[in-house]
Structure formats: structure tokens, C-alpha cells
Design a protein around this ligand. Sequence first.
Ligand code: TRP
Length: 453
Amino acid sequence: MSLNESGKRDGFTSKFGIIAAAAGSAIGLGNIWRFPYVVGESGGGAFLLIYLSFVILLGIPVMLSEFVIGRKAKRNTFGAFKEIAPGTWWPVIGVMGIIAAFVILAFYSTIAGWTLHYVYTSIINGFQGQNTAELTLMFEKFQTSSFLPVFWQLIFIILTAVIILSGVKKGIEKYSKILMPFLLLLLIALSVRSITLPGSFDGLVFLFKPDFSKIDSTVILGALGQAFFSLSIGMGALITYSSYFPSRTNLANTAFEVSIADVIIAILAGIAIFPAMFSLGMQPEQGGAGLIFMVLPNVFMQIPGGYIVSIAFFILLAIAALTSSISIMEVVVAFLVEEFNILRRNATIITAVAAAFVGLFCTLSWGTFENITIGGRNIFDTLDFTASNVLLPLGGLLIVIFVGWYMKYAEVEDEMSNQGALRLKIFGIFRFLVRFIAPVAIAIIFLNAIGII
Ligand code: TRP
């Protein structure tokens, strides 16, 4: 991306393009696949409440911090810290981010591959005439097999690489902005169907009624991990994206808008899933990573035009996954291009091949490699846990310390206010959150989960 034909650094063009690209990064499998099953495993309403407070108090400050760093430095994640803090150890945040990007890309493409397979299954009318148990079995058979999931994963990684290669404006912006409103509409339709199924009310109770007896330190860390994963923060994806923002972008508003959109999509996914689950007689903690693939086909079959709706849904979900995965791959590619002067094309190929290699082990976690476990987690869950619950919060912690304590007050204010062009009413709150609340809270959640506090 670094240089375009006219020798200038490439960038996003319109205001809507910027929000669409950042929202495209945030909104993805994290909202629709990960959120429901993590909520299901973590006890429902109380988890939701904690998750929402983390988004507001910790997530938005981290996101805004990433924007400040990225747009100020106009460099990749690693280079940005070298630029703002030359001769220090801060670029280590960038290194962590690049490792996290790899790990996430590997397991993300597994689930995206499942999504592609479900596009195919929808098209061939593969859900037709199957009851709930049969649909679950069908998913499990697919999940544990060795050829198809790997095949679809590779297709997804190739698609991601192709979009990355077409550059910022033409690629990312074009793909994100048209399609996401459709996903929103479909989710609303699914939610309406889900809550009108018989016996679905308990699902709403589960999702919205807090029961704090289910909360422990692991669940709290899980809520933090989910918030960070879903918002795309903690590893510099948004540092990389904001390095392409023009100088007139209102960073604070963008962070708010993206976070709100992200939360709305996640909650809608919850409303589409839990009422349907209760109506089908499934337990909320059942399903694990396969949850949406087992539950949603049941809902599609009870919708007029369900055949078309299921095709459209899985296609849109795959596209949402793509606009997220390009933001993950872009972190590594921008790093290789800008720091090592590797051609963009070669950097993309290297990244894709490496991600596919690690990704293979993730995808086979339920089949060929099911016996490889670490502390009871298979390969997939181990990588997801390490990235989402360890690397992202740790990255976020360092990022807020960097913006809150290392960068100068005036520097941050200048960047956030577009060199004084905007009046910032929230600057004081932001500063307080970034200096005190966010670092302390993230540190406590960590120490608590490890058992130190
Ligand atoms: N947030 C995306 C989702 O919800 C995934 C994602 C994209 C991501 N970029 C990221 C997660 C950077 C963590 C960090 O699907």
C-alpha cells in the first residue's frame, strides 16, 4: 500500500469510506460467531453487562489511542512506535501485534472457511428436511473431517490476499461500504423470527437478565477478550488503518460510531441465536465454536423464503469476515513492506502462506489433531485464548500507557483535535480513562485471572 502510482502514500478517500473500513474491520465473525457462543458459555446477561462496560470504559479509549498513534505516525504498527518513540523499547508493542495478527488470521480463517462451506450447503439446499439433531450431526461431521474445512479455509485466505493486493482505496473501501447494511437488515429479520418462535422467551431472559452468580475471574477476562477481539483492538490493526486516514477525520467520533455499530451487531446476533436455541430445546452452553452453524439453519427453515435468506446470510457473513481478515492481514503486510522493503505482492504471498500453514493446525483441531490439547483446550481454542485473552489485552494495556503516559499531552490533543480544528469536549474524560482507568482495570483483570489478586 505504502506508495501509489503518483508516489504518495495511499489512503482512504471519503468519510463514509473511513468509517466503513474501520467498522468493516470491527464487524465480523467476532460479533456473529464468537459473541453468541462466548455469551452462552459465560452465563448470559451478567457477561453481557460486563462486556458492555468494558467496551465503553476500556475499548473506546484503546481504539481512540490506536487512531491517535496511527494517524500521527502514518506508519505500520511497528514503524509507528519507532516513529513516535525512537530509540525506545515501545516498538515491541508492534512485534506483539504482528504475532497476534498471525495467530488470529490462522484461526479466523478456519471459521471463515466454515462460513464458505455453509454458503455452499445453503445453495445445494443441504439443510432441507433435517431436524435439529441431524443438523447438529451434519455440522459435526463436517467440522471433524479433514479435507473440506481445509479446502474452504484456503479459499478464504486466497480471497483475503487478493483483496489486499488490490490496494486500499480500490479494495477495502469498495468492498466494505455497500454490503454491511444488508447484513444488518438480515440480522434484524432473523432476530424477529427467533423471538417469535414458541418457547423463545427464555432465550431473551438468558441474554438480558444478569445472574452474577455465574461470574468469576475467567469470565471477566473472557469479556475483556471478547470486547477487544470484536472491536479489532490491541494489536495495531486500527493503528495500521488510521495511518491511511486523512487529516480531517474526526477520530473520536469515528471511534464512537464504530464501537456502537459493533455492539449493535453483536447484540442482534445474540437475539437471533438464544431465543431460537431455547425454542429448539438446546442448552446455551452447548455448541461451542459451532454454535451458529448448528442453530441458524433451524431458523432459516422456519422463515418464508428461508432458502434465499440462508444463502444471503452466509454470503454476507463471509464478506463481513473478509473485511475483518483484510485488516488483520494488512497489519503484517504493511509491516513487511514498510520495514523490510519487500514488494507488496511478495509480502502478501509470504503472509498468506504462513497463515495457511498455522491455520491448517487450527482447522484440524477437531479431527486429525483432536488429541493435541493444552490444559484441556485443543489447538484452535489455545490459539484463540492466547490471542484474544492474552495478547490483545496486553497490547491494549501497553497502547493506553503509551498514549496516556509516554506521549505528550499536547501531542495527543493536537492529533485528536486535528491540530486545533475541532473542539474536544471529551478530551479530559479520554485522558483520565487512558491514564488511570484503562491501565489499572486491564492490569487488575489480568492479575485476577492469573490468581495473583
Ligand atoms: N473484530 C473482528 C471481528 O469481530 C476481527 C478482527 C479484525 C480483529 N481485526 C482484528 C480482532 C484485530 C483483533 C484484532 O470479527
